[in-house]
Structures are given as structure tokens and as C-alpha cells.
Design a protein around this ligand. Sequence first.
Ligand code: PLP
Length: 440
Amino acid sequence: MSVAGLPPSPSDVLQRAAPATAGPDFGALAERDPELAGILAAETDRQRGGLQLIAAENFTSPAVLAALGSPLVNKYAEGYPGRRHHGGCEVVDRAEQLAVDRAKRLFGAEHANVQPYSGSSANLAAYAALLVPGDTVLAMSLEHGGHLTHGSAANFSGRWFRFAGYGVRPDTGLVDLDQVRDLALTLRPKAIVCGSISYPRHLDYAAFRRIADEVDAYLVVDAAHTIGLVAGGSAPNPVPYADVVCATTHKVLRGPRGGLILTGAALARRIDRAVFPFSQGGPHMNTVAAKAVAFAEAAAPAFAEYTRQVVANARALADGLADEGLEPATGGTDTHLVAAGTRPLGVDGLEARSRCARAGIVVDKCSLPFDERPRSSGSGIRVGTSSVTTQGMREPQMAEAARLIGRALRDADGTRASGPDGTAAAVAALAAAHSPYPPR
Ligand SMILES: *Cc1c(COP(=O)(O)O)cnc(C)c1O
């Protein structure tokens, strides 16, 4: 019970998160800062009002939100459990140890570091642990789906290391393992990075391992997108093959925004020191606690069922988009995401994104391999089913979503978006029937 005039106790805060279906409660904030509370309410309404198809996003549970909003945010805890630079860490030590133990068990890893602030920070730490500036690294080229941290000239990775890029085959759209091996044999990279922001198929980790062994390179798997599918048993686990696995906790995994590194005992100390003190200061202990919550949620049988539905939904969405005349890369998907060309409908990715936005459908524009268009406009859209599956949507809703996307894309001047029979009204009805955070 909270006492009048005193801030609620932590157990009150956690209890308030209990009803799993209730929307966020901005009551206290609304009194103290109505201006910001209005923004939070508006964003919550935006998230539940439209169709959220950003492949990197999800709806976290009230338990994760509660951990994020807990007083653990106040605690400084530079170092690791039992070895901190600050006093008073005996309680947060337990939260971090719980997160580490749960991550190790969930992914079968010998060592886990749960402190990286984000996926990019995890990659920075992994490179710092294994490489020195000037080293050569082989990763998927950005044109074919590599992440900024895989060698973009605008990023630390491209500035400090010599990145070379492999790609997908023009005929199948699948990773060209012959090219990976040829480049590895020619360039003798110190590390090979395997992972992508838009590749919709499973990666052959065993093949990458063989190539890495052949040239004595480290294998770094950047599983930022797919680690949640791994947790639910719906994608192959890279842990047995990789020297280091980097991941995020906020994509399919449905936890707080943050990073995660998994590795073996041999590299554990180097990874830990590359995170702190090399590239970060004090860990965000509220986020670390929220990661522990997310790992426990992801270990439950319901999460395995969730990831199976995420993939089934993505397949249904890819099929539906193909029926609407879009061109899904590789012809479909094994994962939560679909990268689909929109050029057959006469629009580039940027125009497709804005036509979808008019109808309340939120998608990313994306470049597709062998795309001659500038990356700023792209030739298609990237969509993912993590969020809509958390909302409880299934294959029939994905078929409907694909029809609505097709209708939005063919609506050049936006005249069919508004009005009672408009696309936006149909999208709003679909979203309202599956609200992630029903209004209180
Ligand atoms: C999302 C992503 C990242 C970066 O994660 P942030 O948390 O945004 O820094 C890194 N690599 C890949 C492949 C990603 O998809």
C-alpha cells in the first residue's frame, strides 16, 4: 500500500504492473508534468492505434516496463557482481547475477555479459575484445543487409577497421558461401561477422564456422534480430558455433532496449573488460533487471509458442504481399521479417513507407540486394511480425494486413486512406481488436 504523501514503495510499483492487460498508468506523472505525460499518452495511443510492422520493435510486457521504471535506475554499479567500484551494490548484484544466469541457461552459453547499452555497444565491445584498429573484418555488405556496425564509413566500425563485404547470390537471394570463403582465403580477416538487419533466412552457422577455422578467424555472430527466435527454439542457436554472439534484448526477444554478449569461458574475461571499463561506464541496473525479467519470460513455454506464431505470421504476410504484387526477397521468410520490393507497384521504398503511414501502417523502407536506387529511397519495405504477434494477431490478420498494405500502396493521392470506408479506418479497427495495452 502506498502511504499518502510518500512515494510508492517498490513493491507497490511492481504490484501496479500486475494486470497484464492494463495500459501504462501515467497518473503520478500527469500531476507533476502534464506536458510530458501528454506526450507519453500520445505515443502509447500511436502505438496501439496503428499497425506496427517495424521488424526491430516489439511490445514489452508490463513486468519489463515495471523493472525499467524501478528505483534500480538510481544505482551506480561500475564493475561486475561482487567486484564493484561503488558501495551499496549488494542488492543490484543479485539482479545482475540473475540476468546472467538466466541468459546462460536460455542460450546454453558458458558466459553472458548483460551490460551493453545496446546492440551497437555489444558489437563495439566484441570488436574491442578481439581486434586492434586496422584489422581486417569480413561481414555482410551494407547493400545486402549488413548493419551500420558492420563497416559503415559513418560508423566507428568502418573508421577503425578494414571491413570487406560479402553478399547474397543474384539468382537465389541466399548468402553466397562460396564468395564468403573466397574472400576469407584472399583477405585472411581477423574476424568474420555473420548477421543482418534484413536477411529473412536462417544463416548456416556451421558453414561460417568451417570458413573461419580455415583462415583462423574469429566468428562473431550478430544475432540482434534473431536471438528472440533462438530463445523460443524457432531459429538455430549460434552459440555452439560462434566465438562471440552479440544480440539485442528488445527485438523479437521482447525485453528492454539493450545489448547482450554470449561467449565461452576462454574469452569471458576479455569480453567483460571490453564492455567495462573499455567502452562503457556504469551499467543501467534498471535495464539489467528488466533483461532478467525478459529472459525468464522467454524461457516459458508460451514464448516458444509465440516465436512459432511470429514465423507463421511472417510467412502469411510474405504470401499476402506477393499476392498484392510485391516481391519478397528470397521468395519468403524463415524468420520474423520480410523484405519486399515495391517497384512492381511503381513506388520506391520511401514513397511506399509514406503511403502506408497515411493509412496508419508503420513500416521501414529498405534497400534490396542489387538495388540500383540510392539507399535514401530504397526499393522496398521491411516488415516484421514481432509486435503484431504479441498483440495476438494470427494468419488471418496477416492476410488482412497484406491486403491493406496493397491498398495503401495503390492509393497514389491518398484519397482512399480516410473516411469511414478508408484504409485507415480498417487498420484502426484491426489494431483496436488486438490492443497491446488496452486503455484503462
Ligand atoms: C538492431 C541491430 C543492431 C544494433 O542494435 P541497437 O540496439 O540499435 O544499437 C546491431 N546489429 C544488427 C544486425 C541489428 O539488427
